[in-house]
Design a protein around this ligand. Structure first.
Ligand SMILES: NC(=O)c1ccc[n+]([C@@H]2O[C@H](COP(=O)([O-])OP(=O)(O)OC[C@H]3O[C@@H](n4cnc5c(N)ncnc54)[C@H](O)[C@@H]3O)[C@@H](O)[C@H]2O)c1
Length: 268
């Protein structure tokens, strides 16, 4: 284990489960003190307990879609540790809606959740990192859906594309303050057991888009988060790191045709 985050304080939003939870565990294992913030306060408490970090882990009930709740979350970290060194803007999501049926309400909710939250929390954290004189690291969790055209993702994909641009702009402005800002863009992550986001046919179709032909694991995103949070990436800022099984790199491929041919060639 590399204890290269010893003494650092990390805030991870949406960390009660999934990628956020895996990132919290990873940063804790590297020696950081970790705040698990989530709209589901009970799940955040259970997640904090399950990590077994004692005094080094706190749970905060926070809605990143609310400026008041964000202010309260930052004040809780001030009161507890009086500093913040690492921010992972991970809470995010959105309903998939066909463009012709997409609603303004869902568009605005998705932008609030994925983009406005990162602006507000990023600004609050960067002000503290700058004032401390020690700087820090901000990691935004974007998505391959923000880079590639995809179905039913007008709001989700556009908000994640905006988050990538916010990442670059913050990186340029905050470099002088010792704050590095990067993003991790995950490809499709295997859903937790019992969670059905996509049906089997959709999952099979996505697999055809992945050169490394499997879904990712939350821990594989967490490894990239830990790298960008640590001094190992000290000369990296404004970078979008795809952790996606090669999905973002792939263009025309005959993979789907190959599997269709393979199944056609199978004896009946
Ligand atoms: N899972 C994937 O396949 C995938 C792929 C690309 C990008 N991403 C991105 O990774 C991030 C995490 O994804 P995940 O699949 O681990 O998510 P998840 O849905 O498993 O967990 C999200 C967590 O965020 C919390 N949350 C939701 N709304 C919140 C709010 N308003 N305030 C605070 N917390 C809130 C939820 O309670 C939950 O604990 C998201 O930004 C997502 O867009 C995920």
């Amino acid at each position: 284990m590399t204890a290269n985050l010893e003494g650092k304080v990390a805030l991870i939003t949406g960390a009660a489960r999934g990628i956020g939870f895996a990132s919290a565990g990873k940063l804790l294992s590297r020696g950081a003190r970790v705040a698990i913030a989530d709209i589901d306060g009970e799940a955040a408490g259970a997640a904090a307990k399950s990590l077994g970090g004692g005094e080094d882990v706190i749970a905060i009930k926070a809605d990143v879609g609310s400026a008041d709740s964000i202010r309260d979350m930052m004040e809780q970290i001030d009161a507890r540790w009086g500093r913040i060194d690492i921010l992972v803007n991970n809470a995010g999501g959105g309903k998939l809606q066909p463009f012709l049926e997409a609603t303004l309400e869902e568009w605005e909710r998705t932008f609030q959740l994925n983009l406005t939250s990162a602006f507000l929390i990023g600004q609050a954290a960067a002000q503290r990192m700058s004032a401390s004189g020690e700087g820090g690291a901000i990691i935004n969790i974007t998505s391959v859906s923000g880079q590639r055209g995809g179905e039913r993702r007008a709001a989700y994909g556009s908000s994640k594309a905006g988050l990538e641009q916010l990442t670059r702009i913050m990186a340029v402005e905050l470099a002088a303050h010792g704050v590095r800002v990067n993003a991790v863009a995950p490809g499709p992550i295997a859903p937790a057991p019992g969670v059905f986001i996509h049906n089997q046919a959709e999952q099979d179709a996505y697999l055809n888009l992945l050169p490394i032909r499997r879904f990712g694991k939350p821990e594989e995103i967490a490894d990239a988060v830990a790298f960008l949070a640590s001094d190992e990436s000290r000369w990296v800022t404004g970078h979008i790191l795809n952790v996606d099984g090669g999905m973002g790199a792939a263009g025309m491929t005959t993979r789907g045709a190959q599997s269709a041919r393979a199944s056609q060639n199978k004896p009946a």
